[in-house]
Structures are given as C-alpha cells and as structure tokens.
Design a protein around this ligand. Structure first.
Ligand SMILES: [Zn+2]
Length: 185
C-alpha cells in the first residue's frame, strides 16, 4: 500500500509543518502530550506528528530505518485522534508486516470500516480498544455510573463512559459489546 504523495513528502522533509507532541509540551503542554495513547506511542519510540489531512484519512504509521512516525489527522475530533494513535501503535507493537500503514475512515455500507476485514486492522483496533478502554477500568466505571443513576439508559451510559475514557461513543459502544455488556446500537 502506498502513502499519498503529499504525506510522504511531509514525512520525509526535515521538520515539516507537522507539530510534534514534544514541541507542544514545551509551550505549556497540550491535551495531546497528556494523552495516554500518545505517551504510550512515544515510550515505544514513535514520533507523533499532527497535521490536518483529507477527512477520510485518519492516520499513518511509517517505519523507517532509524525512526518510526505516526501521523495523525489533526482535523479529526480529539477522540478520533487518540484512537488513531493507539491503532497505529498497535501495528507497531504487534509487529505487523509492512513499513507503511495508511488508515482510512471510509465506512462500508454495512457500517464496518473498509479495513475492518483485514486481520492486521482488526488486531490493531483490538489493541487500541484495550489500550484506551482497559477492561477492568471500564467495568469499574460502568458500575460507578450505574450506581450513580440506576435508571440510566444504555445510550446515555455509553456517552458518559465515552467521555470518561476520552473516546467516541461509537468506540465505547463496540468495546462494551466486545466485553459482552451491550450490543452496539
Ligand atoms: Zn491500520
């Protein structure tokens, strides 16, 4: 799979207009540098770069000889960006085959990601879900929210939990379904 030319050029260029999380933190810190997923990616040795990209592109992972770059579409909602970083980190940590991974957000008619049928993509999504929404913490928070409001409707509960974990309601819905708690709406 090839990287669109513009992205490739930007990644290859020395310090292009990407904004790295580290640069951000030096000017007072941003939500990105505090992001759980971003920290994990940096610990794993990846450089995280943010740039507004075409809306259908969520992120890329580029493994070069001496560095690994995770490119994130900064035009997407923060929740989406976090998931993208965690997903790309999944490709890296799970040692998926390939040097360049390009992840798109295009949905098929059945609502699944166009790449959700690919084994490596499914694994990367699973990794991201587990990293951002650890089972034990989700179950603990779920119980807390239910005790707080026993009559809470599933939709509201999912939205609250999504906020608690900084993910989209859709991602939380899938996570809960995978944990055997709810079926996605
Ligand atoms: Zn992917």
């Amino acid at each position: 799979m090839s990287v669109p030319g513009a992205i490739r050029r930007n990644i290859k260029a020395p310090e292009p207009q990407w904004t790295s999380a580290k640069q951000d933190s030096s000017i007072g810190g941003t939500r990105y540098s505090r992001s759980h997923a971003a920290r994990a990616a940096e610990v794993a040795g990846a450089i995280i770069a943010y740039q507004p990209l075409n809306s259908e592109l969520s992120g890329v992972l580029v493994k070069e000889q001496d560095r690994v770059i995770i490119g994130v579409n900064s035009a997407h909602p923060k929740t989406r960006q976090r998931f993208t970083i965690a997903h790309e980190l999944g490709h890296l940590v799970l040692k998926h085959k390939g040097e360049v991974f390009v992840d798109r957000t295009v949905l098929r008619r059945d609502g699944k990601s166009s790449q959700a049928v690919d084994k490596q993509e499914i694994e990367a999504n699973g990794f991201a879900a587990a990293l951002l929404m650890p089972q034990a913490l989700v179950l603990e928070r779920l119980e807390y929210r239910q005790n707080e409001k026993p009559t809470i409707a599933p939709k509201e509960l999912i939205e609250l939990l999504a906020k608690d974990f900084g993910v989209s309601a859709e991602a939380m819905g899938y996570r809960l379904a995978n944990l055997g708690i709810f079926m996605p709406a």
